[in-house]
Design a protein around this ligand. Structure first.
Ligand SMILES: Cc1cc2nc3c(=O)[nH]c(=O)nc-3n(C[C@H](O)[C@H](O)[C@H](O)COP(=O)(O)OP(=O)(O)OC[C@H]3O[C@@H](n4cnc5c(N)ncnc54)[C@H](O)[C@@H]3O)c2cc1C
Length: 512
């Protein structure tokens, strides 16, 4: 048995009591706190271990969001869309994306204009889908986005108490119900008591100690089980790079192999919000972002390779990268996935392959899943609701899925969307005095779809044209892949990983 040290029990001060405590202010946590405040909750605390909001999105330099639209409709809307409206209005040029009005367009001039931006033009060759069309997939500057996220919370300062530099370390559990969270900070170890707790740490830091069912990374080898340290390269000409790839496909394939060889791990430049900067996405396979040695490995290995990688880029494509330089390195580790909740509902491939309907739907999102041509999928409250612990929700990249569906649901839009749903659900439960398992789901959905502008199926506040579009295109299930899924059912789910070479993380859908 490993050596142990007995830590003595002690009394600690109660720092505050609140209605809703959100731990972690990434895409999910920020949205949860703002949505709860706008839904009418009054006493909310938002706790974050760093000094800014956005998590992976603004601190991990994950600088693009795929598929906010499907065909010509904005399925991912609400707080997620607000990020970009606010950012572009106040700081022109800090975001880049086709507009919602342009989404679904097949105009060759527009397709040409956006082709160089990964995922702004649908791939158009998958399954039965033959046409390429424009997709709203925004690129953004992480520093300006941090200002926007601060603003949104600051505007709710009468309702949200923001606590930076505080680290939630342990849930307080009584009778299988969460009653609050213990945190550490420069002020020491203290407790916050809460009626509803939202674990938005991305790594299930709170639910993994609460008695709730969850799975750890060790049970899965998928795209999400890779770590990264993103950095940005400036002084480049992205359009030149794109043209070069189009005109020299063999050399481009050689570049992809070469850069990987030079780095020692898979790495790829991705366009930024401006053509003179790109971000370097990377994938360290079979690493767990909650394990110290994997975290340290990722930081050091990536940084040590930076000079080699930039030198290689300059030599390989001088027309685009001659003046390339290291612009900056993300201040935090890139964490795709670690623990996954096994909640009241577990999302699987079947949710995508059969357009499953859920009475407790809180988000209806177009995603990167190509089984259904990226068509909208219903995410229920049950997929963020802890099983085995009352009053605990877990939106974001650690939500309840199997080890395949996680690759389509840990994207920023789905984290923000489930965060917004969590915030409204917690607010309704706190205001009506119910526990979260008995929350008035109709009221939650009406607030989301009515006041907060989130499209939801079968809700009178959502324009009928959303459902009509889905029906016209069979929820994206006319593709060959979907037909195969429908014919083979569960077997398809089981073979999906082998088909897509998940072991190496190098499948087509591993682009993000
Ligand atoms: C390299 C990389 C590339 C990716 N590419 C894409 C892409 O192109 N597009 C896309 O949409 N998605 C992409 N993803 C996935 C996406 O970025 C994340 O899944 C998403 O941003 C996670 O949001 P979240 O709010 O759930 O978690 P996080 O962003 O991890 O936020 C969690 C927050 O909680 C805080 N926190 C954690 N633990 C504690 C604690 N104990 N106490 C207090 N605070 C805590 C963290 O500091 C953080 O702010 C990528 C991810 C990576 C790493």
């Amino acid at each position: 048995m490993a050596q142990v040290y007995h830590e003595a029990a002690r009394d600690i001060p109660v720092y505050a009591e609140c209605d809703i405590l959100v731990v972690g202010a990434g895409a999910a946590g920020q949205a949860a706190a703002v949505a709860a405040a706008r839904a009418g909750a009054k006493n909310i605390i938002l706790m974050e271990r760093y000094g800014y909001m956005g998590g992976d999105a603004t601190g991990g330099y994950v600088l693009m969001l795929p598929n906010l639209t499907w065909r010509n409709k904005a399925f991912v809307s609400g707080i997620q869309e607000e990020w970009f409206i606010r950012c572009e209005k106040q700081f022109p040029g800090t975001t880049a994306a086709p507009s919602i009005d342009e989404a679904g367009s097949t105009d060759p001039a527009l397709l040409y204009r956006w082709k160089a931006y990964h995922d702004c033009v649908s791939r158009g060759t998958f399954g039965g889908c033959k046409e390429s069309m424009l997709v709203r997939a925004p690129y953004f500057d992480p520093q300006y986005m941090r200002i926007v996220l601060d603003q949104m919370v600051y505007e709710e300062r009468d309702r949200i108490q923001l606590m930076y530099h505080t680290w939630g370390v342990r849930p307080i559990i009584e009778d299988k119900t969460i009653k609050g969270v213990i945190f550490e900070s420069k002020e020491g170890r203290k407790a916050i008591l809460a009626k509803q707790v939202i674990d938005a740490t991305g790594d299930g830091d709170i639910y993994s100690q609460s008695g709730a069912a969850y799975q750890s990374l060790a049970d899965a080898v998928c795209r999400s089980s890779t770590t990264a340290l993103v950095y940005r390269v400036g002084g480049i000409d992205w359009n030149q790079f794109f043209e070069w790839q189009q005109n020299h496909p063999d050399a481009a394939a050689g570049f992809r192999e070469g850069i990987k060889k030079v780095a020692g791990f898979r790495i790829s430049p991705i366009s930024g919000n401006s053509p003179d900067v790109c971000w370097m996405n990377n994938w360290h396979t079979d690493r767990d972002c909650t394990v110290i040695k994997d975290q340290t490995y990722t930081e050091v290995t990536t940084r040590l390779a930076i000079p080699r990688v930039i030198e290689y880029m300059k030599e390989a494509v001088p027309t685009a990268f001659r003046h390339a330089f290291l612009y900056d390195i993300a201040p935090q580790l890139g964490t795709r996935c670690s623990r996954r909740l096994q909640g009241e509902y577990i999302m699987t491939t079947n949710d995508f392959a059969f357009a499953k309907k859920h009475d407790d739907v809180i988000a209806w999102h177009s995603t990167i899943c190509q089984i259904n041509d990226c068509g909208p999928v219903e995410i229920p409250l049950g997929a963020i609701m802890a099983k085995g612990c009352e009053n605990l929700l877990a939106p974001g990249r650690h939500l309840s899925t199997d080890n395949i569906a996680i690759d389509w649901l840990n994207l920023i839009p789905q984290c923000t969307g489930t965060g917004q749903g969590a915030g409204v659900a917690a607010a309704v439960a706190a205001m009506e005095g119910t526990d979260i398992h008995h929350v008035n789901i109709k009221r939650v959905q009406d607030i989301l779809a009515g006041e907060q502008g989130v499209p939801l199926p079968r809700n009178e506040h959502t324009d009928k044209s959303y459902t009509e579009l889905c029906e016209e295109f069979q929820y994206g299930l006319y593709t060959d892949a979907a037909k195969k899924a429908a014919a083979e059912g569960e077997k398809y789910t089981k073979t999906f990983r082998q088909d897509h070479n998940y072991k190496t993380g190098e499948n087509e859908s591993a682009k993000n």
